[in-house]
Design a protein around this ligand. Structure first.
Ligand SMILES: [Zn+2]
Length: 124
């Protein structure tokens, strides 16, 4: 919030330059690998009736990518060990890119706000 209030004190030129800087922090290679979710370790059942997991001795632990779809629904998938690092990177990218998008949106909202004032600047 404090960061957002500061935007009001910056010039349009500075805001646009800052936005260009943020755009450079959104490389396509990073966005390509983006993954939303969280990694958890799980113990699973395989479904075979005679298996030890049916008697409570579950398989695992296995890594699981858990993703919320809305307030009451989640989905996910198991993650093979050899893909764990890539998945971790994808999740980190998601958070980093989300933060940068939020900052760009804040700047655009500030530019939009000024475009309504007496000395109208081009909005975005
Ligand atoms: Zn089993």
């Amino acid at each position: 919030m404090a960061e957002r209030n500061k935007l009001a004190r910056l010039s349009v030129l500075v805001l646009r330059n800052r936005r260009e800087g943020l755009l450079k922090l959104l490389p396509p290679g990073e966005i390509r690998e983006i993954l939303r979710g969280s990694l958890t370790e799980r113990f699973l059942t395989c479904g075979k009736p005679g298996c030890r997991c049916a008697r409570g001795e579950r398989h695992g632990p296995v890594w699981y990518l858990s993703v919320s779809l809305d307030q009451s629904h989640r989905t996910g998938t198991t993650v093979p060990a050899d893909q764990l690092e890539q998945v971790r990177r994808g999740i980190e990218s998601y958070h980093r890119v989300s933060e940068h998008l939020e900052q760009i949106s804040d700047i655009n909202r500030e530019l939009l706000r000024r475009a309504k004032g007496p000395r109208r600047a081009r909005a975005l």
